[in-house]
Ligand binder design. Structure first.
Ligand code: FMN
Length: 490
């Protein structure tokens, strides 16, 4: 309501009781303002990285143009592919543009990959990097974080490169919230990667200024509830920052389960400095996933997800969260995991069981798959073939990993004959999103642009936050007050 020019209430309202006065609330005001300042974006909102290029360069470009931050899905791509994607982003946005980054994924099986990826990022001028799946801080991350550190005239340490740490455990977060260990920094100096000055400055600041609390999400997840994880990480942050006397407080953002305005508003209300979305962007037009698989995502309800064996860490029993409606990947992947646990080799297993697996799950003869797999590893990593010759259980793991890997590939390429084997990483946020947009302009897959998804989630979250303020002031909210209908936003 507008006041009169002299500051008095308009006549028609003057007689009513004023319960509370609220200043405006814009989506730009949600989250920590320092996030927007540090990363050159309008909104405290991040489009999360999605592996193997599912978060495409185009998705990053469209996100940045809409005023949000975005990470290129560089995990699982070759260095050449990553370089091409970075070039595409920099050509569109400018080499020194802010607001975007790329992903460094922990790659324990590919020695040297982490260092080579960071080397590429540094050479190309990638200023922001999200580090994920790490259980321990690795030298590649400390190198990236410390490279280019300077001390400003104000005495503060200024970063040239920003690490976002994706974590779901406090013991992992702790390693990113503290300075890199002295021995690790010393080794980086001895290898000629850091100067003495950069190492000295690195010992004063946390490795990462942005820690993302990854709750129950699509893909790799510990299925943690955000409402438990976020407060734990905020408390840890406060404790460590107090002990180290940091000038700037590291920020803690929220990821996992954010697919509707109320969820985004709740994350900000719970203290998130910024929010990260994943699953919902996978169904967008800019996604690297095939149209066929995006169509399946658009049908999903919140309960249409399941845990399935992960291709990269199959032998360790690690799982990923995937879509289970319209594809049988979760059940089929589990059959492979059960078979792997039960038998020491294909030869040891009853022939009928192997044939049943070939017919009902793999869709090909084990011998054919092994021939292809062997040829691949002869080129990429011959040690795997040598190990398989000694250890038939390892051969079995490589055959099963072929299926798990191809499940994601078929979904990306839209090989409809293999729809039942599509591996589509997905969390319950997707179902929340589908419920929210039903009947609106964002329901058809063809209309799901990441910019509209982001702007509507944020606008809706601002509206929900206002509604919560009204409720706290004692106003009984009418039905519908906690719903925001998606609308085209410019
Ligand atoms: C298809 C897909 C692929 C993903 N790939 C990666 C990845 O390579 N690295 C990573 O750190 N997170 C990855 N994530 C996680 C997202 O970046 C984001 O943190 C998460 O999806 C947020 O939770 P939500 O799915 O509930 O929105 C992926 C998520 C999805 C859905």
């Amino acid at each position: 309501m507008l006041l009169n020019a002299d500051g008095s209430w308009p006549a028609e309202r003057a007689s009513r009781e004023v319960i509370a006065v609220f200043p405006a609330l814009y989506p730009e005001w949600l989250g920590d303002r320092s996030f927007c300042a540090a990363h050159g974006v309008r909104f405290s909102y991040v489009i999360g990285e999605m592996a193997r290029g599912i978060a495409t360069p185009r998705m990053v470009i469209e996100g940045v143009r809409a005023g949000v931050m975005a990470f290129y899905g560089s995990a699982g791509l070759s260095l050449e592919e990553i370089a091409r994607g970075v070039d595409e982003i920099q050509t569109a946005l400018g080499r020194d543009s802010a607001g975007w980054g790329a992903n460094l994924i922990h790659s324990p099986q590919e020695s040297g990959m982490e260092m080579e990826t960071v080397d590429l990022f540094l050479r190309k001028g990638v200023r922001r990097m999200s580090a994920s799946a790490f259980m321990r801080l690795q030298p590649a991350i400390a190198w990236y974080s410390a490279k280019g550190l300077t001390r400003g005239a104000d005495g503060a340490v200024h970063r040239a490169h920003h690490v976002f740490a994706k974590v779901s455990r406090t013991e992992v977060a702790q390693q990113f919230l503290t300075p890199a260990p002295a021995a690790m920094l010393r080794a980086l100096v001895q290898e000629g990667r850091l100067t003495e000055q950069e190492a000295a400055l690195a010992s004063e600041i946390p490795v990462a200024a942005d820690i993302t609390a990854e709750a129950d999400s699509g893909g790799h997840t510990d299925n943690r509830p955000l409402t438990v994880l976020l407060p734990a990480l905020l408390a840890l942050r406060d404790d460590i920052a107090g002990r180290h006397g940091y000038g700037d407080l590291p920020r803690v953002g929220a990821a996992g389960g954010l697919g509707a305005p109320l969820a985004v508003a709740a994350a900000f209300a719970a203290g998130a400095a910024y929010v990260v979305t994943g699953s919902v962007n996978q169904s967008a037009v800019e996604s690297g996933l095939s149209e066929d698989a995006r169509g399946l995502l658009a049908q999903a309800q919140a309960t249409d997800v399941a845990m399935a064996p992960a291709a990269d860490m199959f032998e360790l029993g690690v799982k990923v969260q995937v879509l289970k409606r319209g594809t049988l990947f979760a059940q089929r992947g589990q059959r492979l995991a059960d078979f792997y646990r039960k038998h020491e080799s294909f030869e040891d297993a009853p022939r009928a069981e192997v044939e049943e697996l070939e017919r009902a799950v793999l869709g090909r003869a084990v011998s054919d798959i092994w021939a292809d797999t062997q040829a691949h590893f002869q080129r990429a990593d011959p040690a795997q073939v040598e190990r398989a010759a000694r250890d038939p259980k390892h051969q079995m793991a490589l055959v099963f990993r072929w299926y798990l890997f191809m499940g994601a590939q078929w979904a990306r390429e839209g090989v409809t004959a293999r729809r039942g084997d599509y591996q589509i990483w997905c969390g319950p946020a997707m179902g929340g999103f589908n419920d929210w947009v039903r009947g609106s302009f964002l329901e058809p897959v063809a209309a799901r642009a990441v910019a509209q998804i982001a702007r509507n989630l944020l606008e809706g979250a601002a509206a929900m936050t206002r509604a919560a303020q009204l409720r706290a002031a004692g106003v009984a909210l009418p039905p519908g007050a906690l719903h925001f209908s998606p609308r085209p936003l410019g």
